[in-house]
Write a protein that binds this ligand. Structure first.
Ligand SMILES: Nc1nc2c(c(=O)[nH]1)N[C@H]1C(S)=C(S)[C@@H](COP(=O)(O)OP(=O)(O)OC[C@H]3O[C@@H](n4cnc5c(=O)[nH]c(N)nc54)[C@H](O)[C@@H]3O)O[C@H]1N2
Ligand SMILES: Nc1nc2c(c(=O)[nH]1)N[C@H]1C(S)=C(S)[C@@H](COP(=O)(O)OP(=O)(O)OC[C@H]3O[C@@H](n4cnc5c(=O)[nH]c(N)nc54)[C@H](O)[C@@H]3O)O[C@H]1N2
Ligand code: SF4
Ligand SMILES: [Mo]
Length: 696
């Protein structure tokens, strides 16, 4: 093997920064460098991108298929693993039918892997039980924007940040989580753009903002309705745009008639005059863009909050033009792609509806086999059904729900209740520890394929080293498993062949192939005969549903407010140096030294009332669980609110979180639940949950 340099894309967040990886010629990546002329990252990477070498190092990887033997795992061959899993699956299918099995795919894996996963579910297992982490991330975006605009994706491009007058960051923390874009927002602000931040915490951008609306968690709709009221009552809305392009204005107007900024001051905790200022700055700008994140979606009111934000952009005419738009900051490197590929129970690739007979027939004909017809379960639907004994087998790759799904005790019990759990992973995660079989998966640096970033840009990734041991790309082992089950519907010889099949069946990807993706730094969908160069800005002339549907929505309080027993509200957030379940970022000693494993952010007032000291050990209890960690005392959270990251298996905030769900998308309320916090003796070492609990 020779040392070589390969151009690829960062495997962490949805920004999709361009990078070069260098291999040492002995199966290791030994260098990372930013791509200087990349259209989004412009020659930059954040610390996570720079640390991707550790995340995939062969030292930390699963090299061979593993099978559970009581309380340990033994190495077996691929042939044995595939034969046993396939027999197991066939027995369960025969006894309990296709509703009892399902697939969880990965927003960290490629489009090719995700396309294969939903095809495997629908045409091999004959089930629509296929889902992935978008369920607990931007599923309200997919549903809410689809309803109002007809398409659930970022409307504009990241380069528009340099071409706008006002940037509204609503429930997102981009300097931590989309760091390269966070830096660009700071640059735009320094170059004269107005920055408005809406967040209950004082984020880094909130500190720099012209206006910070520090609302109480879960009160987005009350606040947005007051903004709508203020704009409409001052006649700051864009009448021409509304007349030409939107329906439903009068219903929206009458819905907010009485919702003055003062009338929501109590609910939101934000002073009326500040709401007025924000309404004026946003609506009266020529170009203003909204970026939003989990502070909008992760609530029981998630879908309606997305709808309210879309209403706000529409009545101001801030859509369909450069420097405007409603822009969900999609989180995972390929979560936009996993949704586009149809790894959702209700849609096929390109959001073609799974319950429509036409769609079913079209895919059945293209794939040459019958497909599932019954409605599918969501990810949390599968775990719930498992506990009820109705769901028996799951094939899961590239997710760690035991750490990342809400109510950890419930999730763990559900996975233990399944008869068969197969996990394909890079590394031993908490969920993999519960598996019956673990399959070694190839990482982004070991396979070819594509990722679709937050601005709908489909970019190629390229292998720089071979997979460690016997690891395989996800579409490859899915194909091998289908073959072991006697199905030939997954039948490709290369990633390119998977892509070409997918593009032929996915209208928004139809004009793409590996060659034109390479030539253009990727292409933004829709890319087809009408838009061969792709589309930087959606909805310029019309919406996919013709006219936009302005939709009035009402404020609904959070499911579990603080009370006497659980007097503080817990919200969860992310830290710049760690990612998701931590299974990749925590392999880096450089990232690991930056933060202690687990931390509770608490206001000085609450800390003093509870006799909690800086870095002192604390116990945190909710109605669902108990964890111990250390306290960080900071004015960044207001009195009454505490905050925790969810990256640390030693102090998993998802022990505590609430599973109450958004009725439309089943998004759980990850951003608010009631907790009680106590100070522990200063010499007490916070005990890790995974050490306390018995492991199988
Ligand atoms: N470093 C790092 N980067 C990541 C990730 C990671 O794990 N680590 N994960 C990636 C993924 S999967 C995703 S989805 C993105 C998520 O990126 P973000 O959406 O930025 O995620 P969060 O930090 O969870 O939440 C954003 C903000 O919402 C605020 N918030 C809480 N409640 C409310 C509310 O009621 N209203 C408003 N307006 N705001 C509220 C929080 O205080 C927080 O600052 O990040 C991606 N990037
Ligand atoms: N409390 C709380 N909980 C949350 C959130 C929150 O804000 N608060 N946010 C939620 C959100 S937005 C999200 S997206 C989820 C994320 O939750 P997860 O998707 O569970 O988190 P990740 O850490 O991204 O897990 C991805 C796994 O994929 C593996 N992997 C990476 N690449 C590949 C590949 O190519 N193939 C295979 N087979 N495996 C691969 C990695 O090793 C890693 O273990 O967490 C959610 N949980
Ligand atoms: S901003 Fe996101 S894509 Fe870019 S280097 Fe950081 S983690 Fe990777
Ligand atoms: Mo996410």
């Amino acid at each position: 093997m020779h040392s070589r340099v390969v151009k690829t894309v960062c495997p962490f967040c949805g920004v999709g920064c361009g990078m070069y990886l260098t291999s040492d010629g002995q199966g290791n990546v030994c260098g990372v460098a930013p791509e200087q002329d990349h259209p989004i990252s412009l020659g930059k990477l954040c610390e996570k991108g720079w640390s991707s070498v550790y995340a995939i190092s062969p030292d930390n990887r699963i090299h061979h298929p593993l099978k559970r033997k009581r309380d340990r795992f033994v190495t077996i061959s691929w042939d044995q693993a595939l034969a046993e899993i396939s027999t197991f699956l066939q027995d369960i299918l025969e006894e309990s039918g296709p509703q009892a099995v399902g697939v969880i795919s990965s927003a960290r894996a490629t489009n090719e892997d995700n396309y294969a996963a939903q095809k495997f579910a629908r045409a091999v297992l004959k089930t629509n039980n296929v889902d992935h982490c978008a369920r607990i991330c931007h599923s309200p975006t997919v549903a809410g924007l689809k309803q109002v605009l007809g398409s659930g994706a970022m409307t504009n491009s990241t380069k528009d940040l340099f071409d706008t007058e006002v940037i509204v960051v609503f429930g997102a923390d981009p300097t931590e989580n989309h760091s390269v874009l966070g830096g660009q927002i700071i640059e735009a602000k320094l170059a004269g753009a107005t920055l408005i931040v809406v967040d209950p915490r004082v984020t880094r951008l909130a500190k720099l903002a012209d206006i910070h609306l520090q609302l109480k968690p879960g009160t987005n709709i009350a606040l947005i309705n007051a903004l709508l009221h203020e704009i409409i009552s001052n006649d700051w809305h864009d009448r021409d745009f509304i007349d030409n392009r939107c329906d439903g204005f009068y219903a929206l107007k009458s819905n907010v008639e009485k919702i003055t900024p003062e009338s929501v001051a109590e609910i939101t905790g934000v002073d009326g005059p500040l709401i007025r200022q924000a309404a004026e700055r946003y609506s009266r700008a020529n170009r203003a863009m909204i970026l939003y994140g989990m502070g909008i979606t992760q609530f029981v009111s998630g879908t309606n909050s997305v709808i309210a934000l879309a209403d706000l952009a529409l009545i101001c005419g801030h859509i369909g033009k450069p420097g405007t738009g409603i822009n969900p900051l999609r989180g995972q490197n390929n979560v936009q792609g996993a949704c586009d590929m149809g790894c959702l129970p209700n849609v096929y690739p390109g959001y073609q509806l799974a319950d429509e007979v036409d769609t079913q027939q079209w895919f059945a004909a293209a794939w040459g086999d019958d497909v599932a017809t019954a409605p599918g379960l969501t990810s949390l639907g599968m775990t719930k059904a498992a506990q009820a004994g109705d769901f028996r087998a799951q094939i899961l790759f590239g997710e760690d729900p035991v750490v990342t799904d809400p109510d950890q005790n419930h999730v763990r019990a559900a996975y233990k209740a399944m008869d068969l759990l197969v996990v394909a992973e890079l590394t031993m995660t908490e969920t993999a520890k519960l598996a019956d079989y673990i399959l070694p998966a190839a990482s982004f640096a070991e396979k070819a394929g594509t990722f679709t970033n937050c601005e709908r840009r489909v970019q190629r990734i390229n292998p720089v080293i071979p997979p460690p041991g016997e690891a395989m790309g996800d579409w490859q082992w899915l194909q091998a498993l289908a073959e072991a089950m006697g199905s030939r519907v997954l039948n490709w010889h290369s990633s390119e062949a998977v892509f070409d099949e997918m593009a032929s069946l996915t209208p928004s990807y139809q004009g793409m192939n590996y060659q034109n993706l390479d030539r253009n730094h990727g292409l933004q969908w829709p890319c087809n005969a009408n838009a061969p160069q792709g589309t930087a800005i959606l909805h310029q002339q019309q919406f996919p549903i013709g006219r936009a549907r302005l939709t009035p929505v009402h404020y609904v309080p959070i499911d579990e407010p603080a009370d006497e027993l659980f007097p503080l509200l817990l919200t969860t957030n992310r830290l710049h140096f760690h990612y998701g379940c931590g299974s990749m970022s925590r392999k880096s000693p450089l990232l690991e030294r930056e933060t202690p494993p687990g931390i509770l952010f608490i206001n000085p007032q609450d800390a003093s009332a509870l006799s909690i000291q800086l870095y002192g050990p604390v116990g945190v209890r909710s109605r669902r669980g108990y964890i111990e960690t250390r306290a960080m005392i900071t004015e960044d959270v207001q009195p009454g609110l505490v905050s925790m990251p969810y990256h640390f298996k030693e102090a998993p905030s998802n022990q505590l979180t609430n599973t109450a769900q958004d009725p439309v998308t089943k998004m759980p309320e990850l951003k608010a639940c009631a907790v009680a916090v106590i100070a522990l003796p200063v010499d007490h070492i916070p005990s890790a949950v995974w050490q306390l609990k018995e492991e199988p």
